[in-house]
Design a protein around this ligand. Structure first.
Ligand code: NAI
Length: 332
């Protein structure tokens, strides 16, 4: 039995880190046929569209995808391919597990947080206009249905993973309608799950407590923009963007991707850390039921990190992408 899975190599460091991930998954014996399609800057330059229809067709057919980072031009150019993919395929939950790893020097140990980010609304609706020169309005979209949908997903996630506490983080004091509706949805759905510990706190308080003691948090539920920012903050607690995987999940489709972007400062140099995309690939293997292979790769990751001999530069080592990948394959 083999699985056909959509692969979007991505822009910038994307092809380097997805390439390394493919090598490790193949070495671990993952029975995957990759269906390769392009999006982002590369697709825009080749066919004039950041997300060609072939991308949606492939993901809708295979129901599972692995995606490298895609460039979003600042200001003018084309609309974010990431946002387009998440919104069009209704991948409404951004799932980002942030966990302390061995061998990486960080100020904290034992961080184990899951960030759940609403992926489809908020400022990412892209409704922004200049009402007169120098005055811009940017709209934060928040619907009750999207709030209920992700709250339902989040509480089911709590139930089947047996996690300890979920906290909804917001700024309902300043935005009683948009953030208030998100919090109301959380409380409404949460009433059906009295056996799960529930909390809510303002996003600014959350930021302070994360800096003081991140180990007190378990699962965080946030709207799109807060989730984007807090994901990167949490990545910083465990070693940076090179080590945090993720998934964009809807009712039928899941697309796995790292939290990080295209890293233009190091793209093409062969020094990117492929771990975040590899760990996203491991989540993907768990999702399709290949837990044994996922565990094997996790074992190799642990062994290489603990040894500290082949760490990439972002983790304080000297290894390039190829050396790090070879060390992982060696451990397998
Ligand atoms: P970025 O995540 O690409 O880079 C931030 C910093 O982290 C840079 O110093 C970079 O070198 C470092 N970094 C990131 N990933 C790394 C890795 N695997 N190994 C070693 N170092 C790594 O964020 P930035 O610069 O804000 O965005 C660059 C581009 O990426 C933009 O066009 C942005 O829109 C896009 N982006 C795409 C995302 C996606 O496809 N999901 C997510 C975030 C940004």
């Amino acid at each position: 039995m083999s699985y056909t899975i959509t692969l979007i190599p991505g822009d910038g460091i994307g092809p380097e880190v997805t390439g390394a991930t493919r090598e490790v998954l193949a070495a671990a014996g993952a029975p995957i046929e990759w269906e390769i399609v392009h999006a982002g800057r590369r697709a825009f330059e080749e066919v004039g569209e950041p997300v060609p229809e072939a991308v949606f067709r492939s993901i809708r057919k295979n129901r599972v995808g692995l995606k490298g980072p895609l460039e979003t031009p600042k200001g003018k150019g084309f609309r974010s391919a990431n946002v387009t993919i998440r919104q069009t395929l209704e991948l409404y939950t951004g799932l980002r597990p942030v966990k302390s790893l061995p061998g990486i020097s960080t100020p904290y140990r034992d961080v184990d947080i899951v960030v759940l980010r609403e992926n489809t609304e908020d400022l990412y609706a892209g409704i922004e206009h200049e009402i007169m020169p120098g005055e811009v309005i940017s709209l934060k979209v928040s619907t009750r249905s999207a709030g209920l949908r992700i709250a339902q997903w989040a509480f089911e996630f709590m139930r089947y993973t047996g996690r300890r506490e979920i906290a909804c983080c917001h700024k309902a004091g300043v935005s009683p309608l948009a953030d208030g509706a998100f919090l109301d949805a959380f409380n409404e759905v949460g009433a059906d799950y009295p056996f799960i510990a529930q909390a809510n706190l303002p996003i600014d308080n959350l930021s302070m407590y994360l800096a003081m003691d991140p180990t007190r948090f378990d699962v965080l539920l946030l709207q799109n923009l807060y989730g984007d920012i807090i994901s990167d903050l949490c990545a910083g607690l465990v070693g940076g963007l090179g080590v945090v995987p993720g998934a964009n999940v809807g009712d039928k489709i899941a697309v796995f991707e790292a939290v990080h972007g295209t890293a233009p400062d190091i793209a093409g140099k062969g020094v990117a850390n492929p771990l975040a995309v590899l760990m996203s690939g491991v989540m993907m293997l768990e999702h399709i039921g290949e837990r044994r292979i996922a565990d094997r790769i996790n074992g190799a990751i642990w062994a290489v990190l603990e040894e500290r001999k082949h760490l990439t530069r972002d983790l304080g080592g000297k290894a390039d992408t190829a050396e790090f990948t070879a060390a992982l394959i060696d451990k397998l």
